[in-house]
Design a protein around this ligand. Structure first.
Ligand SMILES: *[C@@H]1O[C@H](CO)[C@@H](O)[C@H](O)[C@H]1NC(C)=O
Ligand SMILES: *[C@@H]1O[C@H](CO)[C@@H](O)[C@H](O)[C@H]1NC(C)=O
Ligand SMILES: *[C@@H]1O[C@H](CO)[C@@H](O)[C@H](O)[C@H]1NC(C)=O
Length: 225
């Protein structure tokens, strides 16, 4: 009898904790990376085994995030990445979510990492297939490269003001992005990651509740890829 009571308390606590994560989560932070900046920085890149991706932003990931800016991670060890659950998306993922780390991989290692670390924390809202599909849908509907090009900002190795890059994304999407830079081989500040925030459904952009500090010079290069 006593044992039974203890285990039911344990189950209740688990449920409360689980609800707490869902309820305090503001939604997602969505990250895009610019492959050209990965490749000409000091940390070299390697093309995925599926070949050179198109000249476009890649997906870094969709991260469930709390309102205070911290994020839960590795939420369900019993939910491994399962490529067979997303086999209908593999072709698109190879194009839109390539891995450029060395040595070359077929990118599924990158997808595995993002699912295990971040995707498992929003599993009650987006199962594995829905998680990857939400990433692809966001990338296609936002079309970040198109939004920048519309404002005359091209990946051509030229330098643009940080303000103009931010302004172009705000004008094109309606929401304020956070821009992150890295350094190229000659130590010039360059566009590396763009991040936007998404609501709890993983489909609609929102203003970021907290803007993390990211370093960029006031003029940044947009390298070609
Ligand atoms: C942020 O909020 C979450 C959820 O409420 C909490 O678990 C975490 O400790 C908070 N982190 C910080 C740094 O305040
Ligand atoms: C990628 O490589 C992994 C491990 O070698 C393999 O299990 C998986 O089937 C491959 N996926 C694709 C899409 O080629
Ligand atoms: C870039 O900066 C690092 C650290 O400040 C320095 O060691 C290196 O020499 C610099 N490289 C160039 C090409 O200026």
């Amino acid at each position: 009898m006593k044992k039974f009571t203890q285990s039911s308390i344990f189950i209740k606590l688990l449920i409360i904790q689980f609800l707490a994560i869902v309820y305090t989560c503001h939604g997602f932070d969505f990250f895009y990376f610019w492959p050209g900046s990965l490749c000409d920085a000091k940390r070299a890149c390697c093309l995925p085994t599926s070949g050179k991706p198109a000249t476009d932003f890649g997906i870094h990931g969709l991260w469930p995030t709390f309102n205070n800016g911290s994020y839960p991670a590795n939420c369900n060890a019993n939910s491994p990445f399962d490529g067979s659950k997303i086999s209908d998306l593999t072709k698109e993922l190879q194009v839109d979510w390539p891995s450029l780390t060395c040595p070359s991989t077929n990118s599924s290692k990158f997808w595995t990492h993002e699912w295990v670390k971040h995707g498992t924390c929003s599993e009650s809202v987006l199962d594995q297939h829905a998680y990857f599909e939400a990433n692809l849908n966001l990338k296609h509907s936002i079309n970040l490269l198109g939004v920048l090009q519309l404002a005359g900002i091209q990946p051509n190795g030229k330098v643009y003001s940080l303000q103009s890059v931010r302004g172009a994304i705000k004008a094109g999407t309606g929401y304020t992005p956070v821009i992150e830079c890295n350094l190229d081989a000659s130590n010039n500040s360059q566009l590396y990651q763009v991040y936007l925030c998404v609501d709890k459904s993983g489909s609609k952009l929102i203003e970021c509740p907290v803007l993390p500090k990211r370093k960029c010079a006031s003029f940044i290069e947009f390298p070609s890829f």
